[in-house]
Write a protein that binds this ligand. Sequence first.
Ligand code: GLC
Length: 435
Amino acid sequence: MTGNENPLIIARNERTRWFSSDRFGMFIHWGLYSIPARGEWVRSVERISTDAYQPYFEEFNPSQYNPKVWAALARQAGMKYAVLTAKHHDGFCLFDSQLTDYKSTNTLCRRDLVREYVEAFRAEGLKVGLYYSLLDWHHPDYPAYGDRHHPMRDNEEYKGRSQDFSRYVEYLHGQVRELLTNYGRIDIIWFDFSYDKMSGETWKAAELVGMARSLQPQILIDNRLGGSGESNRNFGSKNPPVYAGDFACPEQIIPPEGLVDEDGQPVPWEACLTLNKNWGYAAADKDFKSPQQVVRALVECVSKNGNMLLNVGPNAGGEIPGECVQILAEVGEWMRKNSASLYACGRSEFPKPEWGRYTQKGKWLYAHIYDRGIGPVNFRGLAGKVKKARLLEDGSEIKLERPWMTTEYPADAFIDFPSSRLPDALDSVVELELL
Ligand code: GLC
């Protein structure tokens, strides 16, 4: 069956229409690990036992938590959807699950943090997603000794402990049912992640997907029930398994050519990227990307038919770090003037130019000019194809000109910025209306 005949793919492409138009989302990694502040893998990396991690549970009381502030920041940055960690690998639940005591409503804050998040982001007009870790280093029936990642993976005391993995899978399914039943419309469920034999039907993935789609027929599911950050295997297949998901999620990389299926047809994908080097709050990690890097990463994703899910890691108090707020404010200022070049746009029919990138939406071609270069700006092969050009940020006319030095290039179009400097150092966008 070709991709365009497979009913699974037809349904996927319909379901993801809004996703592939919105292009830009906020990832939020937040939980107990925000207290040690050394990233969300701290338990695994430092082999911290459940008992040694328990003080963070006792202490957790994010008095500054106000998801309305987070939601406003996301919207002002131009983000259209968000994904919050409802449960990360440490097993701590930011929601009032009836299946465990290891949850935010049993901490000093006594709050259902997920409920407040979905209500605040919906009120701000954003679509809401929930990240749910398939791994669970707190649950007694999750493989520990000899596992590739568990904090107690080489602790002899855990060798030979009696476990019933089917009890864990039942717990996993039960919590997903809670999240997709008790919190209204959920637009994305973002599972994370499969590895070795811990993949696919080990999670009873087909049954899990069936339940998710029966509870929330519109919901988008990522591809990590059978994949991970480095592997989008089985997603590009024309006949994917039912749990292949609705979009691929390459991690900390923008796929060099974007992502296509076996037929070379574009598939929905979302690059998830951190603002510094950590997903969870890491106090010492000040290696933040600049607003220019963020804008150009988003442009690159869209120019390759993809989305960008950009992460913030709030601190123990529930605040998004000031550096992230500042970066997102500057990105938002650029988006306020130029988002038409990204929303509902995708790969251009024209090859990547030397001075930057193209995005396109039908007859509207957006030139993202990063390098002013010398002399007129060259548009290879566009001679006679452009009706008019405008600087997107203010609508001012950009003259299509053929100054004397362009005589030898009749197939190309040219514009000549009046100044030797570009209007916007982040990204100067010229909107070209094609004939
Ligand atoms: C990796 C990390 C996990 C993080 C995820 C985000 O799977 O293990 O900590 O939440 O990437 O994509």
